[in-house]
Design a protein around this ligand. Structure first.
Ligand code: IVH
Length: 667
């Protein structure tokens, strides 16, 4: 990678990236391979990190997002992806029935009634049974090629088998996230100090647009199919048969479907689904009613946006009104404050609700939500209730606009706005009890040191009594101190102390997660642990070393780097090690098969993913020997980029030469 040393070189790099970008998006031309383009962009990000003063508002990095979905090709749909006309009442569904009667000239028709999945519409192409390409709806005519991300979806078959598999199969379906995966993802994001997704649909959409499919794979999306093109040519006669056909091919299909002839039957189905809605594992926002006969569908055709043969009946989000008793502030592990609506308890869509998040200060101000108001809360069948609006007529006279307090409710420090963000933060990192509590509960949590016997209530008491402040204090607790906690008797005291003792043996990834480094969730902790191999090695890594790791972006690299270079953190880690906590890299299973026992390696050239020291370490861990000079006795030369004389010598001596990729595949 070309090293950028001057502002002029930086400007040239920007220009180069824009050049390829314009060719790509405006002229559909790829003059360089995607990887090379990504490498240019990564280099730019790196330079901008080193020289923030150079960053121009017109830099390609400043537009990554909406308009510049680098990495996604725009693809024209073979058949336009239509949307559906919406109806909201039985009368409107009756109108649809009447229209169908007129257009078909028939008194009676059959309809396929289906769930309306609340996800992201996609079009997928299989060629000879192989999954080839998947595209978002986009504007209906063309969308983004998201094939790589779709491939990470576990219930998506990448190969279809059987005599019925046609040459080309163009399918329509919906990508979505289950409630369980959505909650897991948001929990993880919370623990990483990231913004939460508001609903599973947004999370699914955001995931499909991720540029790193490895990250997408962690998000656990699902897919369901409900349509295909050219059914008639495949000998399929009805929408009902489409479901069966897709099923036989082994594709995931809609759970609840019903064939109906009359409006009353459709309505009965709608009612059935409405009742089941809250117990479904995913979000739906209504039902879809489709004229069953494909020939009739073809006859009726479509307007430029929606087919004439189908309609959606949308459920209203379930709503309730209740009084807003108070707006409290929740202090997060990293000090970010979230306003929370404390509500007079109200029953809504299967559960009693007494709290709802208000996300951030801007949201409360924008909606002008005031304490004492009657507020409308909504649960769209999804998991998180939200405060939609205040009911203005209910407003008590003399009520005042809510204002973000100036001081932290826990420690009284002056609050600060996070530069460039809507978030407000309590800066008192080490002295704020609420932050300490959050950090400590995270530290002992399941994904961390896993001290199950140390619950929140006990931590609160330990903090109040001044027995603990930071994680390392937990390991200095005495029997006498624990005995002072409410409800702790001989046996529970022993349990707690032995739980603490047992937690000292911890895997490096869980230890890293426990430390609560911003942007480092379990997945990233695992990656760092695997790549560094030890805590010491990780602590010594530079920003560049970290950034070189595949799957680590600028945000994570700088957060990890800053964390380990903060003397306070170093000090705390040293204390943890001194009291006997010993994080160790646990080798993945199957590792023994890739032993380098007795093999001599020489390293040359520059490697992308590893520092030389790291590569040497990985070899040594696997029983290999690293030597600095090449001889006949050398087994392997690991050759990176710009390898020089050693490479020539290795060739002369017939030493096996390993590329970085080959080396990687041995690990
Ligand atoms: S059929 C030509 N069936 O709803 C008809 N769409 O509001 C195309 N959707 O873009 C759609 N469940 O993303 C169909 N069972 C279902 C569906 C469904 C969800 C979505 C789809 C579409 C949107 C229209």
């Amino acid at each position: 990678m070309e090293k950028i040393r001057t502002k002029e070189e930086y400007d040239l790099l920007c220009q180069k990236i824009w050049h390829y970008n314009t060719l790509y998006y405006s002229k559909n031309r790829s003059d360089i391979p995607d990887e090379e383009f990504d490498a240019l962009l990564k280099n730019l990000e790196k330079v901008e990190h080193e020289h923030p003063e150079w960053v121009s508002p017109n830099s390609p990095t400043q537009r990554v997002g909406e308009s510049l979905t680098i990495g996604f090709k725009t693809v024209k749909h073979a058949h336009p992806m239509l949307s559906l006309a919406n109806t909201y009442s039985k009368e409107e569904v009756e109108d649809f029935f009447e229209r169908i009667k007129k257009l078909t000239g028939r008194e009676n028709s059959s309809f396929s009634c289906e769930l309306k999945m609340d996800g992201i519409a996609v079009s997928l192409i299989y060629e000879k049974g192989d999954f080839k390409q998947g595209v978002t709806r986009g504007d209906g005519k063309q969308g983004d090629d998201i094939t790589v991300n779709l491939k990470t979806i576990r219930n998506l078959p990448l190969k279809l088998y059987g005599a019925q598999v046609p040459e080309i199969l163009e399918l329509r379906g919906e990508v979505f996230m289950t409630h369980a995966s959505f909650q897991r993802l948001n929990k993880q994001r919370e623990s990483e100090g990231e913004d939460l997704f508001q609903n599973p649909r947004n999370a699914a959409g955001g995931t499909l647009k991720l540029l790193d499919p490895k990250q997408a794979a962690h998000r656990d999306l699902s897919i369901i199919f409900y349509g295909l093109q050219d059914g008639l040519r495949l000998g399929i006669r009805t929408q009902t048969e489409i479901h069966d056909y897709l099923n036989q091919l082994g594709l995931p299909t809609l759970e609840l479907t019903k064939s109906a002839q009359t409006i009353d039957e459709v309505w009965a189905f709608a009612e059935e689904v409405r009742l089941k809605r809250n117990s479904l594992p995913f979000d739906i926002d209504g039902i879809v009613i489709k004229l069953d006969d494909l020939k009739e569908q073809a006859k009726l055709g479509a307007t430029n946006k929606t087919p004439r043969w189908a309609v959606a009946y949308k459920f209203q989000a379930e709503k309730a009104t209740t009084e807003l008793l108070d707006i409290t502030l929740q202090v997060g592990r990293t000090g970010i404050l979230t306003p929370v609506a404390e509500l007079a308890p109200v029953f809504l869509a299967g559960s009693t609700i007494a709290r709802a998040t208000l996300h951030n200060e801007d949201e409360v101000m924008r909606k002008d939500i005031r304490i004492g108001d009657l507020v409308l809360i909504e649960k769209g069948g999804d998991v998180i209730p939200k405060v939609v609006a205040s009911i203005p007529e209910s407003r008590k006279s003399g009520s005042k606009r809510w204002q973000m307090p100036e001081f932290c409710p826990s420690c009284g420090s002056s609050l600060e706005r996070v530069p460039g963000e809507v978030a407000i933060r309590c800066p008192n990192i080490s002295g704020c009890p609420a932050q300490s509590l959050r950090r400590l509960t995270h530290f002992v949590g399941k994904g961390g040191m896993d001290i199950a016997s140390l619950g929140v209530k006990a931590i609160i008491q330990l903090l109040e009594k001044g027995f603990i402040k930071t994680p390392s204090d937990i390991y200095q607790l005495t029997k006498k101190e624990v005995a002072e906690l409410e409800g702790f008797k001989e046996k529970s005291i022993q349990n707690l102390l032995s739980g603490i003792e047992a937690s000292k043996e911890v895997s490096l990834d869980r230890f890293l997660h426990a430390l609560g480094i911003k942007h480092v969730g379990l997945g990233t902790a695992e990656l760092l642990s695997k790549k560094a191999g030890s805590l010491e090695a990780l602590q010594e890594m530079t920003f560049e070393d970290l950034y070189k790791i595949d799957g680590v972006g600028e945000k994570v690299a700088s957060s990890v780097f800053e964390f380990f270079n903060d003397p306070k953190n170093r000090n705390e880690i040293n204390k943890l090690l001194a009291v006997g906590v010993s994080p160790s890299f646990q080798k993945p299973q199957g590792f023994e098969n890739h032993s380098f026992k007795g093999k001599t390696f020489v390293l040359t050239g520059s490697l992308d993913k590893y520092t030389r020291d790291n590569a040497a370490k990985l070899i040594k861990e696997r029983g290999g020997v690293v030597s600095s000079s090449i001889s006949k006795k050398t087994h392997y030369l690991l050759a990176g980029k710009e390898a020089g004389s050693k490479l020539d010598k290795a060739k002369d001596l017939g030493v096996t030469i390993l590329s970085e990729e080959e080396f990687d595949s041995y690990l």
